[in-house]
Design a protein around this ligand. Sequence first.
Ligand code: APR
Ligand code: ZN
Length: 233
Amino acid sequence: MPFSRIVILTGAGISAESGVDTFRDKGGIWSKVDYRDVATPEGFARDPDRVHEFYNMRRQRMKDVQPNAAHFALARLEREFQGEFLLVTQNIDDLHEKAGSQKLLHMHGEHTKALCANCGSRHEWREDLSRAIPCPACGSKGYLRPDVVWFGEMPYHMEAIYQALRSADLFISIGTSGNVYPAAQFVQEAARAGAYTVELNLEPSEGIDDFAEAIHGRATEVVPAFVERLLKV
Ligand code: APR
Ligand code: ZN
């Protein structure tokens, strides 16, 4: 294999065939709910119960959702690839973990974590959240929120992500529409570092012109095939 440092970015499209709704496809989440009401700090300040209800419903639904062949293919690539590997996901589901991925960063946070806006503590959280629940660390009520990055907030792990992008020789973008920054700009960062850039997606993303190669199709087909090709070289 001619590559030694791989960075992968995934979005909602990799979880679509596991039954998780994407955001901007036809009938996607943002066609049913206004993101300003449930995915912004202002929305949370305005109506925290509405935000808790939105994430509680999705957290519950995540319990029965299983990883698909694309998640498993990325976990296989991490195990069998000899060089440096980093998987960055925009997704807040835990399907990459369930498939066995370990070198993984959730830049938009995680469903299964709660954050206390009062003391800054983080907690594993798989049940419903509400204003009535006291923070396990500081005891305050009404400050626990889903530990997810809302619009207008700074994504997590940016330092580590840019460091990896700047030394990558292969960047693969999977299942993302390329609508949301800074993730949408990672391909340019990697290309600037001289990386070969590949898009694996159901259809051309907003950033399609920035990629050296694009393979369009369903993730459960194109991702295992691409991993096979990478590991064969
Ligand atoms: N296989 C591969 N790609 C797919 C599949 C599939 N089965 N189904 C959908 N896709 C593609 C769509 O073509 C689309 O380009 O996945 C992409 C999903 O795009 P979005 O719904 O915009 O999701 P994403 O890019 O992850 O959104 C980024 O926006 O709302 C915020 O924080 C949220 O992390 C999210 C961010
Ligand atoms: Zn607290």
